[in-house]
Design a protein around this ligand. Structure first.
Ligand code: GUN
Length: 290
């Protein structure tokens, strides 16, 4: 196949999701007598994290979700961070808790994630939520994989029976992504540092998710003609331009669909976070009235 792929416009689908979230947030506010609340915790001064956190807080406010900002110094102890989470777990105004990753060295992210009340775990990173997704009983689900699923749905990409390859096996993206695709009845392959021939796995993929974090790691000529390509990477190249994990300029000539970087999964991740925040608020309200 030749010609150009259809661009999967994360920016416009994210705007649609945010509109839906705003409507749900307003409805919940009326029923709860307060707006849904999202605590966004930042530890340390990682510049990329600072940008993401600012964008998340701004997007929450625009959707009618109150955000509670907690900015802690890089020297914060594990005990102090756990104590903050414990307070947020017990705060009735807080429906969702997000701790931006990566954490400064010396803090144990898994330990911190598992301190968050699973019902408030809007990142879906708690071992309970991961386990529920693995057992086909999804509750709160990781935002970037959810963004991929929503984009596929919006563009009518049918996932059942597709050969899907996920490159990258992180807890944040690769692993939950594979579980989402499995739930959607794709035949899933996960590539990681132990994979012998990444190229061969990419070449047979009808659907590719690249979540490696290395600029243009996947050459365009590896893409199967007509494939759906979801690029999770947000990397700075030599000229400090934002580029994905896939060589977009060549991949766009072969793929059937492709996400741009920026404007693909970045905005979708934030939109799905807000969706999870209203989902958490709604579930908490339902569980109280039962
Ligand atoms: N760091 C990179 N992506 C994410 C994310 O989705 N959530 C959090 N909390 N930290 C991240």
């Amino acid at each position: 196949m030749s010609g150009k792929a259809i661009l999967l416009d994360g920016k416009s689908v994210a705007a649609k999701v945010r509109g839906e979230v705003a409507a749900r947030a307003a409805e919940l506010a009326a029923r709860l007598g307060r707006p849904p609340g999202l605590a966004v915790v930042k530890v340390g001064e990682d510049p990329a994290s600072a940008v993401y956190v600012r964008n998340k807080r701004k997007a929450a406010a625009e959707a009618g979700i109150v955000s509670f900002a907690h900015d802690l110094p890089a020297t914060t102890s594990q005990a102090d961070l756990l104590a903050l989470i414990d307070r947020l777990n017990r705060d009735e105004r807080v429906d969702g808790i997000l701790v931006q990753l990566p954490l400064p060295s010396g803090l144990d992210a898994s330990c911190v994630m598992d301190e968050i009340d699973p019902a408030k775990d809007v990142d879906g990173f708690h071992a309970i939520n991961t386990g529920l997704l693995a057992q086909k009983r999804p509750a709160l689900r990781p935002c970037t994989p959810l963004g991929v699923m929503r984009l596929a749905e919006e563009y009518g990409i049918a996932l059942r029976g597709l050969k899907a390859t996920v490159v990258g096996a992180s807890n944040i993206v690769g692993r939950p992504m594979a579980l989402e695709l499995l739930l959607a009845a794709s035949t899933v392959t996960i590539c990681h540092t132990g994979t012998r021939d990444v190229r061969a796995e990419v070449e047979r993929a009808d659907l590719l998710v690249a979540a490696v974090g290395k600029p243009r790691f996947i050459p365009g000529d590896w893409i199967k003609p007509g494939a759906a390509v979801f690029d999770v990477g947000i990397n700075r190249d030599g000229d400090s331009r934002l580029v994905g994990d896939v060589d977009f300029d060549r991949a766009v000539e072969r793929a059937g669909w492709i996400t741009p970087v920026p404007g693909g999964l970045g905005p979708m991740t934030i939109a799905m976070l807000l969706s999870n925040a209203v989902e958490a608020a709604s579930r908490r309200m339902e569980s109280r009235s039962r």
